[in-house]
Design a protein around this ligand. Structure first.
Ligand code: OAD
Length: 225
């Protein structure tokens, strides 16, 4: 049976591009409380603060460049074609800017927004730091197209189908603390998939991996190519 590679990435793959992770030292969740900027309730309470937070993240991501880890994954995709699947928890576009096509952002995208009523995502690079954006069609509020805590991640049916088809799972730069992504390795292992973790420290779900390669994404991924 031909090898099929499923790759899951987290904030660690973009850390060496200068984008902060969430929980490491200097992580985003040190500066902001999740319940202030990343829940539907936070949005109800203070949409201005939420848009200042995501405008800041848009600026940072626009200024960042893909690193050797992003490029390594793009060349794996070129080598494997449709036998390669990349699921990312990240909302930046560094995978695409490195040349990856087959990318699924299960937690949404920084560069898309949607009307809270019409609910159709559209590409959006604007910063909303002074005035809140409203829908041109129905005048309702426009929100970031980001999956917040308590909301359903995107593409889950397709993701589980791909997990079932995979023969190898490579997980890069995620702490294993947020579900359902943190549970993918167990699901994969149960169907006999070989599971490998890449990152400078052991994730919380380390026991579910067949192999753990300790080091940074830019050190290890180019070697795997
Ligand atoms: P975390 O900040 O929880 O974890 C980042 C991981 O990256 C840690 O395990 C680090 O060891 C690792 N890391 C740091 N530098 C690295 C490097 N140079 N190379 C490789 N790995 C490195 O971020 P995530 O696990 O991605 O969700 O967080 C998961 C979700 O929680 C996010 O998608 C976001 C967040 O709240 C939502 O907002 C819904």
């Amino acid at each position: 049976m031909a090898e099929r590679l499923f790759v899951l990435t987290g904030a660690g793959v973009s850390a060496e591009s200068g984008l902060p992770t969430f929980r490491g030292s200097g992580g985003l969740w040190n500066g902001y409380r999740v319940d202030q900027v990343a829940t539907p309730e936070a949005w109800e309470d203070d949409p201005e603060l939420v848009w200042r937070f995501y405008s800041m993240r848009r600026r940072d991501a626009l200024a960042a460049q893909p690193n050797a880890a992003h490029f390594a994954l793009a060349s794996m995709e070129r080598a494997l074609g449709e036998r390669f699947y990349l699921c990312t928890q990240n909302v930046d576009d560094l995978h695409e800017r490195a040349g990856s096509d087959r990318v699924r952002h299960m937690h949404g995208s920084l560069f898309a927004s949607r009307c809270v009523v019409c609910n159709r995502p559209f590409a959006d690079l604007a910063f909303y730091e002074t005035a809140l954006p409203h829908c041109g069609k129905c005048d309702a509020l426009i929100r970031p197209h980001i999956v917040w805590f308590g909301e359903m991640p995107l593409y889950l049916d397709e993701i589980y189908r791909e997990l079932e088809l995979a023969t190898r799972l490579l997980v890069v730069g995620t702490s294993g603390s947020v579900y359902p992504a943190a549970g993918f390795v167990k699901t994969a292992r149960q169907s006999g998939v070989r599971t490998v973790y890449v990152g400078p420290e052991e994730p919380l779900n380390v026991s579910a991996f067949d192999e753990v390669m300790l080091g940074t994404a830019t050190e290890i991924l180019p070697r795997l190519v």
